[in-house]
Design a protein around this ligand. Sequence first.
Ligand SMILES: Nc1ncnc2c1ncn2[C@@H]1O[C@H](COP(=O)(O)OP(=O)(O)OP(=O)(O)O)[C@@H](O)[C@H]1O
Length: 321
Amino acid sequence: MLKTKDTVLEIDNIVKEFPVGKNGKMTACNKVSLCFEKGKTLGIIGESGCGKSTLMKIVMQLEKPTSGQILYHGEDITKLKGEKLRQHRRNIQMVFQDPTTAFNPKMKVKDIICEPLLNFGLIKKGEKEEVAKKYLEMVELPAEFMDRYPHNMSGGQRQRIGIARALVLDPEVLILDESTSALDVSIQKNIIDLINKIQKERNLTIGFVCHDIALVTETSHTVAVMYLGNIVEILPGHKLSKLAMHPYTKALMSAVFDLNMDFSQPIEEINNDISNKIDNINACPFRDRCDCAIELCSRRMPGLKKVSEGHYVACHLDFTV
Ligand SMILES: Nc1ncnc2c1ncn2[C@@H]1O[C@H](COP(=O)(O)OP(=O)(O)OP(=O)(O)O)[C@@H](O)[C@H]1O
Protein backbone atom coordinates (compact mmCIF):
# COMPACT_ATOMS: atom_id res chain seq x y z
CA MET A 1 0.00 0.00 0.00
CA LEU A 2 1.70 3.14 -1.18
CA LYS A 3 1.89 6.43 0.64
CA THR A 4 0.11 9.26 -1.19
CA LYS A 5 -0.06 13.03 -0.74
CA ASP A 6 -3.23 12.43 1.33
CA THR A 7 -1.59 10.01 3.77
CA VAL A 8 -2.08 11.24 7.32
CA LEU A 9 -0.84 8.24 9.26
CA GLU A 10 1.48 5.48 8.13
CA ILE A 11 2.05 2.14 9.82
CA ASP A 12 5.53 1.29 8.59
CA ASN A 13 6.86 -2.25 8.91
CA ILE A 14 5.50 -2.76 12.43
CA VAL A 15 6.56 -5.89 14.27
CA LYS A 16 5.16 -6.73 17.71
CA GLU A 17 6.44 -9.74 19.59
CA PHE A 18 5.12 -10.88 22.97
CA PRO A 19 7.20 -13.16 25.20
CA VAL A 20 5.84 -16.70 25.56
CA GLY A 21 7.10 -18.99 28.34
CA LYS A 22 10.76 -18.73 29.28
CA ASN A 23 12.44 -18.12 25.95
CA GLY A 24 9.66 -18.17 23.39
CA LYS A 25 8.01 -15.31 21.55
CA MET A 26 4.81 -14.82 19.65
CA THR A 27 4.58 -12.36 16.79
CA ALA A 28 1.23 -10.57 16.97
CA CYS A 29 2.09 -8.17 14.11
CA ASN A 30 4.51 -9.21 11.44
CA LYS A 31 5.99 -6.38 9.33
CA VAL A 32 2.63 -4.64 8.94
CA SER A 33 2.54 -1.58 6.67
CA LEU A 34 -0.67 0.39 6.06
CA CYS A 35 -1.64 3.97 5.19
CA PHE A 36 -4.54 6.02 6.55
CA GLU A 37 -5.74 8.59 4.01
CA LYS A 38 -7.23 11.97 4.92
CA GLY A 39 -11.03 11.80 5.36
CA LYS A 40 -11.18 8.08 4.54
CA THR A 41 -11.91 4.92 6.53
CA LEU A 42 -9.43 2.07 6.65
CA GLY A 43 -11.17 -1.10 7.84
CA ILE A 44 -9.19 -3.97 9.37
CA ILE A 45 -10.76 -7.42 9.42
CA GLY A 46 -9.63 -10.86 10.46
CA GLU A 47 -10.49 -13.55 12.95
CA SER A 48 -10.07 -13.20 16.69
CA GLY A 49 -6.42 -13.18 17.70
CA CYS A 50 -5.04 -12.08 14.33
CA GLY A 51 -3.48 -8.94 15.84
CA LYS A 52 -5.96 -6.15 14.97
CA SER A 53 -6.23 -4.71 18.48
CA THR A 54 -2.50 -4.97 19.11
CA LEU A 55 -1.89 -2.97 15.93
CA MET A 56 -4.39 -0.29 16.98
CA LYS A 57 -2.86 -0.13 20.48
CA ILE A 58 0.50 0.55 18.83
CA VAL A 59 -1.09 3.32 16.73
CA MET A 60 -2.56 4.74 19.96
CA GLN A 61 0.81 4.40 21.73
CA LEU A 62 -0.70 2.09 24.32
CA GLU A 63 1.83 -0.58 23.27
CA LYS A 64 5.40 -0.12 22.06
CA PRO A 65 6.27 -1.94 18.82
CA THR A 66 9.21 -4.33 18.79
CA SER A 67 10.34 -2.61 15.60
CA GLY A 68 8.96 -0.36 12.88
CA GLN A 69 7.55 3.14 12.88
CA ILE A 70 4.20 4.92 13.11
CA LEU A 71 4.49 8.08 11.05
CA TYR A 72 2.02 10.90 11.67
CA HIS A 73 2.52 13.45 8.89
CA GLY A 74 5.98 11.95 8.45
CA GLU A 75 7.04 12.10 12.13
CA ASP A 76 7.75 8.83 13.93
CA ILE A 77 5.43 9.05 16.94
CA THR A 78 6.78 5.89 18.58
CA LYS A 79 9.80 7.98 19.59
CA LEU A 80 7.75 10.72 21.29
CA LYS A 81 8.04 11.10 25.05
CA GLY A 82 6.80 13.33 27.87
CA GLU A 83 4.98 16.53 26.93
CA LYS A 84 5.44 15.97 23.17
CA LEU A 85 3.69 12.59 23.46
CA ARG A 86 0.94 14.12 25.64
CA GLN A 87 0.30 16.86 23.10
CA HIS A 88 0.37 14.37 20.22
CA ARG A 89 -2.41 12.29 21.85
CA ARG A 90 -4.85 15.00 20.79
CA ASN A 91 -4.30 14.05 17.12
CA ILE A 92 -5.41 10.43 17.37
CA GLN A 93 -8.30 9.39 19.59
CA MET A 94 -10.03 6.08 20.14
CA VAL A 95 -13.57 4.88 20.84
CA PHE A 96 -13.50 1.69 22.86
CA GLN A 97 -15.80 -1.32 22.56
CA ASP A 98 -17.48 -0.74 25.90
CA PRO A 99 -17.31 2.89 27.00
CA THR A 100 -18.88 1.99 30.35
CA THR A 101 -15.61 0.61 31.61
CA ALA A 102 -13.74 3.68 30.33
CA PHE A 103 -16.07 6.14 32.09
CA ASN A 104 -15.94 7.08 35.74
CA PRO A 105 -19.44 6.05 36.95
CA LYS A 106 -19.46 8.97 39.39
CA MET A 107 -19.02 11.54 36.65
CA LYS A 108 -21.90 13.25 34.89
CA VAL A 109 -22.02 13.21 31.08
CA LYS A 110 -20.90 16.86 30.86
CA ASP A 111 -17.82 16.05 32.96
CA ILE A 112 -17.05 12.95 30.90
CA ILE A 113 -17.25 14.90 27.64
CA CYS A 114 -15.27 17.90 28.87
CA GLU A 115 -12.57 16.09 30.88
CA PRO A 116 -10.05 15.90 27.99
CA LEU A 117 -10.46 19.65 27.32
CA LEU A 118 -9.97 20.48 31.00
CA ASN A 119 -6.91 18.20 31.14
CA PHE A 120 -5.34 20.14 28.29
CA GLY A 121 -6.41 23.47 29.82
CA LEU A 122 -8.43 24.29 26.68
CA ILE A 123 -11.61 25.39 28.47
CA LYS A 124 -12.54 26.80 31.87
CA LYS A 125 -14.91 24.94 34.22
CA GLY A 126 -17.62 27.53 33.56
CA GLU A 127 -17.65 26.62 29.85
CA LYS A 128 -18.50 22.94 30.41
CA GLU A 129 -22.26 23.24 29.84
CA GLU A 130 -21.85 25.09 26.55
CA VAL A 131 -19.31 22.58 25.23
CA ALA A 132 -21.31 19.55 26.41
CA LYS A 133 -24.43 20.91 24.69
CA LYS A 134 -22.54 21.34 21.39
CA TYR A 135 -21.11 17.83 21.46
CA LEU A 136 -24.37 16.21 22.59
CA GLU A 137 -26.00 17.87 19.60
CA MET A 138 -23.25 16.52 17.35
CA VAL A 139 -23.95 12.96 18.52
CA GLU A 140 -27.69 13.60 18.29
CA LEU A 141 -28.53 13.43 21.99
CA PRO A 142 -30.65 15.99 23.86
CA ALA A 143 -28.84 18.67 25.90
CA GLU A 144 -30.57 17.42 29.11
CA PHE A 145 -28.36 14.33 28.96
CA MET A 146 -25.44 16.40 30.24
CA ASP A 147 -26.59 15.93 33.83
CA ARG A 148 -27.09 12.17 33.56
CA TYR A 149 -24.73 9.47 34.76
CA PRO A 150 -23.52 6.72 32.36
CA HIS A 151 -25.53 3.99 34.13
CA ASN A 152 -28.74 5.92 33.36
CA MET A 153 -28.24 5.52 29.64
CA SER A 154 -28.61 2.75 27.06
CA GLY A 155 -25.57 1.09 25.45
CA GLY A 156 -26.09 3.03 22.22
CA GLN A 157 -26.40 6.34 24.10
CA ARG A 158 -23.25 5.58 26.08
CA GLN A 159 -21.41 4.85 22.86
CA ARG A 160 -22.53 8.25 21.52
CA ILE A 161 -20.99 9.82 24.65
CA GLY A 162 -17.81 7.84 23.93
CA ILE A 163 -17.74 9.31 20.42
CA ALA A 164 -18.38 12.85 21.73
CA ARG A 165 -15.56 12.50 24.24
CA ALA A 166 -13.18 11.14 21.60
CA LEU A 167 -13.96 14.05 19.26
CA VAL A 168 -13.89 16.87 21.76
CA LEU A 169 -10.15 17.41 21.24
CA ASP A 170 -10.77 17.67 17.49
CA PRO A 171 -8.50 14.75 16.50
CA GLU A 172 -7.54 14.21 12.88
CA VAL A 173 -7.71 10.42 13.26
CA LEU A 174 -10.34 8.36 15.08
CA ILE A 175 -9.78 4.70 15.88
CA LEU A 176 -12.87 2.55 16.37
CA ASP A 177 -11.89 -0.80 17.87
CA GLU A 178 -15.00 -3.00 17.83
CA SER A 179 -16.83 0.15 18.92
CA THR A 180 -20.23 -1.08 17.80
CA SER A 181 -19.81 -4.81 18.45
CA ALA A 182 -21.55 -4.80 21.84
CA LEU A 183 -24.67 -3.12 20.43
CA ASP A 184 -27.84 -4.48 18.83
CA VAL A 185 -27.75 -4.56 15.03
CA SER A 186 -30.20 -1.66 14.58
CA ILE A 187 -28.33 0.51 17.13
CA GLN A 188 -25.04 -0.43 15.42
CA LYS A 189 -26.42 0.88 12.16
CA ASN A 190 -27.43 4.19 13.79
CA ILE A 191 -23.96 4.64 15.30
CA ILE A 192 -22.29 3.85 11.97
CA ASP A 193 -24.56 6.35 10.19
CA LEU A 194 -23.62 8.94 12.82
CA ILE A 195 -19.90 8.25 12.39
CA ASN A 196 -20.22 8.49 8.59
CA LYS A 197 -22.00 11.84 8.97
CA ILE A 198 -19.36 13.21 11.36
CA GLN A 199 -16.60 11.93 9.08
CA LYS A 200 -17.97 13.98 6.19
CA GLU A 201 -18.48 17.09 8.34
CA ARG A 202 -14.97 16.98 9.82
CA ASN A 203 -13.02 15.22 7.06
CA LEU A 204 -12.10 12.70 9.72
CA THR A 205 -9.66 9.87 9.07
CA ILE A 206 -10.93 6.62 10.59
CA GLY A 207 -9.41 3.26 11.48
CA PHE A 208 -12.24 0.74 11.84
CA VAL A 209 -11.56 -2.61 13.47
CA CYS A 210 -14.58 -4.86 13.36
CA HIS A 211 -15.59 -8.52 13.29
CA ASP A 212 -18.62 -7.73 11.15
CA ILE A 213 -17.38 -7.97 7.59
CA ALA A 214 -20.62 -6.68 6.06
CA LEU A 215 -20.38 -3.55 8.23
CA VAL A 216 -16.73 -3.00 7.33
CA THR A 217 -17.49 -3.42 3.63
CA GLU A 218 -20.26 -0.85 3.84
CA THR A 219 -18.24 1.69 5.79
CA SER A 220 -14.59 1.43 4.73
CA HIS A 221 -12.99 3.01 1.69
CA THR A 222 -10.15 0.51 1.99
CA VAL A 223 -10.09 -2.83 3.78
CA ALA A 224 -6.98 -4.63 5.06
CA VAL A 225 -7.36 -8.34 5.78
CA MET A 226 -5.18 -9.67 8.57
CA TYR A 227 -4.24 -13.29 9.23
CA LEU A 228 -2.00 -14.39 12.09
CA GLY A 229 -0.30 -11.01 12.33
CA ASN A 230 0.14 -10.55 8.58
CA ILE A 231 -1.72 -8.34 6.12
CA VAL A 232 -2.73 -10.79 3.40
CA GLU A 233 -4.87 -8.53 1.22
CA ILE A 234 -5.69 -4.82 0.83
CA LEU A 235 -8.57 -3.77 -1.41
CA PRO A 236 -11.32 -1.16 -1.91
CA GLY A 237 -14.06 -1.76 0.70
CA HIS A 238 -17.06 -1.66 -1.59
CA LYS A 239 -15.45 -4.22 -3.92
CA LEU A 240 -14.48 -6.67 -1.19
CA SER A 241 -16.98 -9.38 -2.11
CA LYS A 242 -16.37 -9.02 -5.86
CA LEU A 243 -12.58 -8.67 -5.93
CA ALA A 244 -11.37 -10.78 -3.00
CA MET A 245 -8.50 -12.92 -4.27
CA HIS A 246 -6.58 -14.26 -1.30
CA PRO A 247 -7.88 -17.72 -0.31
CA TYR A 248 -8.26 -16.50 3.28
CA THR A 249 -10.30 -13.42 2.31
CA LYS A 250 -12.48 -15.64 0.13
CA ALA A 251 -13.01 -18.05 3.03
CA LEU A 252 -13.99 -15.14 5.29
CA MET A 253 -16.38 -13.80 2.67
CA SER A 254 -18.03 -17.13 2.04
CA ALA A 255 -18.70 -17.52 5.76
CA VAL A 256 -20.56 -14.18 5.67
CA PHE A 257 -22.25 -14.02 2.32
CA ASP A 258 -23.04 -17.58 1.36
CA LEU A 259 -26.79 -17.69 1.89
CA ASN A 260 -26.82 -21.38 1.00
CA MET A 261 -24.42 -22.15 3.79
CA ASP A 262 -25.36 -25.11 5.92
CA PHE A 263 -25.60 -23.51 9.35
CA SER A 264 -26.15 -26.88 10.99
CA GLN A 265 -22.46 -27.53 10.31
CA PRO A 266 -19.89 -25.83 12.55
CA ILE A 267 -17.94 -23.02 10.90
CA GLU A 268 -14.28 -23.86 10.84
CA GLU A 269 -12.61 -22.30 13.87
CA ILE A 270 -9.46 -20.24 13.74
CA ASN A 271 -6.44 -21.99 15.08
CA ASN A 272 -5.57 -19.67 17.93
CA ASP A 273 -2.28 -21.34 18.55
CA ILE A 274 -0.52 -18.53 16.79
CA SER A 275 2.80 -19.01 18.53
CA ASN A 276 4.41 -21.84 16.60
CA LYS A 277 2.88 -20.84 13.26
CA ILE A 278 3.55 -17.20 12.89
CA ASP A 279 7.20 -17.40 13.81
CA ASN A 280 7.91 -19.47 10.73
CA ILE A 281 8.76 -16.46 8.60
CA ASN A 282 9.77 -18.69 5.72
CA ALA A 283 6.26 -19.86 4.93
CA CYS A 284 2.82 -18.55 4.13
CA PRO A 285 0.89 -18.27 7.43
CA PHE A 286 -2.31 -19.57 5.78
CA ARG A 287 -0.78 -22.60 4.03
CA ASP A 288 -2.15 -25.24 6.42
CA ARG A 289 -5.74 -24.12 5.93
CA CYS A 290 -5.46 -23.25 2.25
CA ASP A 291 -7.01 -25.56 -0.35
CA CYS A 292 -4.87 -23.99 -3.06
CA ALA A 293 -1.48 -24.25 -1.28
CA ILE A 294 1.47 -25.18 -3.49
CA GLU A 295 4.91 -26.43 -2.54
CA LEU A 296 6.39 -22.89 -2.53
CA CYS A 297 3.94 -21.82 0.23
CA SER A 298 5.79 -23.99 2.80
CA ARG A 299 9.16 -22.43 2.12
CA ARG A 300 8.56 -18.80 1.28
CA MET A 301 6.42 -16.08 2.83
CA PRO A 302 4.60 -14.26 0.02
CA GLY A 303 4.93 -10.46 0.06
CA LEU A 304 2.08 -8.09 -0.87
CA LYS A 305 1.93 -7.64 -4.66
CA LYS A 306 -0.13 -5.06 -6.51
CA VAL A 307 -2.76 -6.72 -8.71
CA SER A 308 -4.69 -3.58 -9.69
CA GLU A 309 -5.18 0.01 -8.49
CA GLY A 310 -5.59 -0.07 -4.69
CA HIS A 311 -5.56 -3.88 -4.61
CA TYR A 312 -2.66 -5.86 -3.11
CA VAL A 313 -2.47 -9.60 -2.37
CA ALA A 314 0.12 -11.63 -0.47
CA CYS A 315 -0.17 -15.01 -2.17
CA HIS A 316 2.04 -17.18 -4.39
CA LEU A 317 -0.88 -18.06 -6.67
CA ASP A 318 -0.75 -16.36 -10.03
CA PHE A 319 -3.82 -14.13 -10.30
CA THR A 320 -2.98 -12.92 -13.78
CA VAL A 321 -4.17 -16.14 -15.45
N1 LIG B 1 -0.14 -8.32 26.34
C1 LIG B 1 -0.07 -9.47 25.67
N2 LIG B 1 0.78 -10.45 26.05
C2 LIG B 1 0.87 -11.61 25.35
N3 LIG B 1 0.14 -11.88 24.25
C3 LIG B 1 -0.72 -10.94 23.83
C4 LIG B 1 -0.88 -9.69 24.51
N4 LIG B 1 -1.81 -8.95 23.85
C5 LIG B 1 -2.22 -9.72 22.81
N5 LIG B 1 -1.56 -10.90 22.80
C6 LIG B 1 -1.73 -11.97 21.80
O1 LIG B 1 -1.51 -11.41 20.53
C7 LIG B 1 -2.38 -12.01 19.57
C8 LIG B 1 -3.18 -10.91 18.89
O2 LIG B 1 -4.10 -10.37 19.84
P1 LIG B 1 -5.09 -9.17 19.48
O3 LIG B 1 -5.88 -8.86 20.70
O4 LIG B 1 -4.33 -8.10 18.85
O5 LIG B 1 -6.02 -9.88 18.39
P2 LIG B 1 -7.38 -9.37 17.75
O6 LIG B 1 -7.31 -9.70 16.30
O7 LIG B 1 -7.63 -7.96 18.11
O8 LIG B 1 -8.43 -10.32 18.47
P3 LIG B 1 -9.91 -9.97 18.99
O9 LIG B 1 -10.70 -9.67 17.76
O10 LIG B 1 -10.33 -11.22 19.69
O11 LIG B 1 -9.78 -8.80 19.92
C9 LIG B 1 -3.25 -13.00 20.34
O12 LIG B 1 -2.71 -14.29 20.16
C10 LIG B 1 -3.13 -12.55 21.78
O13 LIG B 1 -3.28 -13.62 22.67
